[in-house]
Design a protein around this ligand. Structure first.
Ligand SMILES: [Zn+2]
Length: 277
């Protein structure tokens, strides 16, 4: 009796977790329930049964994610960003597997325009994106980014060079794109320190969880990153760009579209936040 109760609680927690992570994962799990009952009836060995539960869920989840969700999302006004184009890619394919790469068509054209212009100056360069939005529902936040809830926001990685000065493409010091910071130099304004002093303990929290072993292997590419941000500011549909103030100053950028996001958010010296009107 208690075991059954605990199993039901565990199942509900799993549904909530999958929904927060992928938006559709909880619903897909519920859709799989009849199949799980069928497997339970047919397969006696518990380890094999568990394996089949997981394999069948993954197969159904991936088929729905890549073949069914894109056309439905399109009819609700959101489209997936390119998965494998030469000029736009996710930094980590998990972003797409988890359905976190959906935007309004207007934002997709914004990035596409920028990628075309960017490649005129820096050929064969890929713009790498991070978390965007889920496929459905305005107001449904893509956690932990509360504002990524309407198809109008996307995070983009900075560009980097290796130690010999060679330009790196579609790679960043953090495997997930967040949490390895391009910190303020001694003579630069230190907003993270300022936010910490004001009591915003969460501002630099990601650094504690994300491995830092590539931090000194990759060098922030000021030149390409500056050009990229400049092109974004020139797009009519761009409303705001968030980066840390010390990087805005270091790159000598002065568009009033580039703003400070406030101490309540997290640091933006590991990525660019782009949002449209
Ligand atoms: Zn963002």
């Amino acid at each position: 009796m208690i075991l059954r109760f605990l199993k039901s609680i565990g199942f509900i927690i799993l549904i909530i977790f999958l929904t927060a992570l992928t938006q559709i994962g909880g619903v897909v799990l519920l859709l799989c329930v009849p199949l799980f009952f069928y497997i339970k009836k047919k397969i006696a060995k518990p380890s094999l049964r568990r394996l089949l539960y997981i394999a069948s869920f993954l197969l159904i989840y991936l088929s729905i994610t890549f073949f069914i969700i894109p056309p439905i999302a399109k009819s609700f006004g959101r489209v997936p960003l390119a998965i494998n184009s030469k000029t736009i890619k996710p930094l980590n394919i998990m972003t797409c597997i988890l359905n976190r790469h959906y935007v309004r068509p207007k934002l997709k054209s914004n990035i596409t325009n920028v990628s075309v212009k960017f490649n005129q100056k820096f050929p064969n360069t890929t713009i790498s994106y991070l978390d965007a939005n889920f496929p459905f529902l305005n107001g449904f936040s893509l956690l932990p980014h509360l504002s990524h809830n309407d198809g109008k926001k996307v995070d983009i990685t900075f560009f980097y060079k290796d130690k010999s000065g060679k330009e790196i493409n579609n790679n960043a010091p953090s495997f997930m794109g967040y949490g390895v910071y391009e910190e303020p130099k001694n003579n630069e304004y230190n907003m993270p320190e300022n936010c910490k002093k004001k009591g915003y303990w969460q501002y630099s929290i990601l650094e504690k969880f994300v491995p830092q072993w590539n931090k000194n292997k990759m060098i922030f590419d000021k030149n390409r990153t500056k050009h990229l941000i400049k092109l974004f500011t020139q797009e009519n549909t761009t409303s705001k760009i968030f980066i840390e103030p010390h990087l805005k100053k270091r790159m000598n950028l002065n568009s009033n579209k580039i703003r400070f996001h406030g101490c309540r958010a997290v640091r933006h010296d590991d990525h660019i936040h782009l949002q449209i009107k």
